[in-house]
Design a protein around this ligand. Sequence first.
Ligand SMILES: NC(=O)C1=CN([C@@H]2O[C@H](COP(=O)(O)OP(=O)(O)OC[C@H]3O[C@@H](n4cnc5c(N)ncnc54)[C@H](O)[C@@H]3O)[C@@H](O)[C@H]2O)C=CC1
Ligand SMILES: O=C([O-])CC(=O)C(=O)O
Length: 338
Amino acid sequence: MFRSVARSAAGKNLLRRGYATAVPERKVAVLGAAGGIGQPLALLMKLNPLVSQLALYDIANTPGVAADVSHINSRSEVAGYVGEEQLGKALEGCDVVIIPAGVPRKPGMTRDDLFNINAGIVKGLCSAIAKYCPNALVNMISNPVNSTVPIAAEVFKKARTYDERKLCGVTTLDVVRAKTFYAGKAKVNVADVNVPVVGGHAGITILPLFSQATPKANLPEEDIKALTKRTQDGGTEVVEAKAGKGSATLSMAYAGAIFADACLKGLNGFPDVVECSFVQSTVTELPFFASKVRLGKNGVEEVLGLGPLSEYEKEGLESLKPELKSSIEKGIKFANQS
Ligand SMILES: NC(=O)C1=CN([C@@H]2O[C@H](COP(=O)(O)OP(=O)(O)OC[C@H]3O[C@@H](n4cnc5c(N)ncnc54)[C@H](O)[C@@H]3O)[C@@H](O)[C@H]2O)C=CC1
Ligand SMILES: O=C([O-])CC(=O)C(=O)O
């Protein structure tokens, strides 16, 4: 598995840029690669020196995206796959599969309004993952994440390939937003900021823990409430600004690239790789929950607890549970009845 990249042209570049001398081969697939998120995410994954093979799959338009991205001077070899008959080839040998396939929101819609279309798309893609790369680490971006992750789990269980450590709902965009909004309000450098975001990925199920934000800023309660609301409504802010032309794509690609990079680092044995993610969990009574997780050689090695919460956050936690529970149950029911 380990190839000395030091001898290759890409390896020389890596060495010049201070990367390790031996970087494992890693195949990453993006499913939905020709879409609003898929294209910039393909670009960012092409720039990631931890990727050796990049498979770009969609039901249409991937040959063009793949040809375009493949000309970039970075380590990975890029291949485009189009249509269901090529899905198996795209997935074979994958270490990480990123799924931004499916329809985005329009103004006035909730993420749950996407369920009817996206649930079926995710189910089909996960059945193929179970068949062609059952050990891959899945990064689920498709909405509603609160339901699509439970759907994926059920599909994998049925196929007897389920390993809870290998299934992650991508909630990194909530963290990205919480950091940006906090840095602006606290007037600190965003690069220094850390804010855990827990719960799920829709409306009030998104619970940023500003009481744990660093650097500490002692913001007044009204500011914390406003920051919380803005983080919860961040997706809607973009949907409304795009006025019918979709939802967050560029910031999501950035967030998806951060999370996939963390997964690759974990797989490659980097120490202390911690990100927030919506995973199978015992942190609360709900079977899936977003919290900080430690990523390692087997995917999610440890689901970390919530830490101390403010009174406001404790209330937020209790209020989000019924909605999150029902979205999880909806996903499980769908996967088992259809
Ligand atoms: N987790 C998160 O934080 C976020 C999630 N999203 C979600 O990501 C999803 C994609 O959003 P966009 O890229 O903006 O949408 P888009 O419509 O621009 O792209 C979606 C792509 O999926 C492809 N697709 C449809 N069915 C497919 C299938 N069976 N197999 C492979 N590809 C298929 C389409 O051809 C299209 O290229 C939406 O569900 C959106 O709500 C968006 C932003 C943030
Ligand atoms: O809001 C949406 O529909 C897309 C999304 O999940 C986000 O931007 O957080």
